[in-house]
Design a binder for this molecule. Sequence first.
Ligand code: SAH
Length: 228
Amino acid sequence: MTFEELQKAFSLEEGTIEKLRIYAKLLKEWNEKINLTSIVEEEEVVEKHIYDSLLPSKVFKFTNQNLIDMGTGAGFPGLVLAICFPELHVTLLDATKKKFSFLEEVVKQTETKNVTFLCARAEDLRTFREHYDMVTARGFSALQNIIELGVPLLKVDGILLAYKGDKGMEELRESERALRLLRTRFSNAQKEELPGGAGMRINLFFKKQEKTMARYPRPWNQISKHSL
Ligand code: SAH
């Protein structure tokens, strides 16, 4: 997919496309120094990272939500969403420090103002409990773990958006208990064939119903041994 096709698909402004071009260029340059992603060719970056990050905007309105992207890595989907929807307040969360200098450089060169960086483990974010309108996660963990780690960060009525692949509906069935314990309801699934035969994307939307019990999230060693 080219930047022109991307622009058409999401009706993006010229200035936004320019910023995304800078992002893709820096991704390629920095990837030679630090390992950011296995995908670096421009057309693939547009398709598998940028288009993919923006896909939920076809069915969901990003406005001025206070959003945290859990395990953002090289900024997907959080930084793409921040660039394309300047009214959003986006926190890019990752446990490892390594990729933050890259993210900072992209934010600087694209003059993106609506981004905050947070280097921490999601399960340790005690001060940010019940704080966000929206949590996103792509390529992060099994859905039960995304629910256990993400929902405590949401306000009541906040939205969890999990970017999942073709096993999305199976994962949803396996997450019934996690949803019950975290007082969260499944809202809807966006099922879309990715361009270029890249497979199926199933984006799952959830809504938090009630405040989270203090016992969640459990420490990571418990979560990793035994998902809810
Ligand atoms: N969202 C990106 C990166 C996925 S890789 C993408 O789709 O391309 C998963 C990322 O989650 C890694 O960068 C890893 O450092 C981070 N991560 C894993 N466990 C985490 C945790 N408990 N808290 C915060 N970040 C975590």
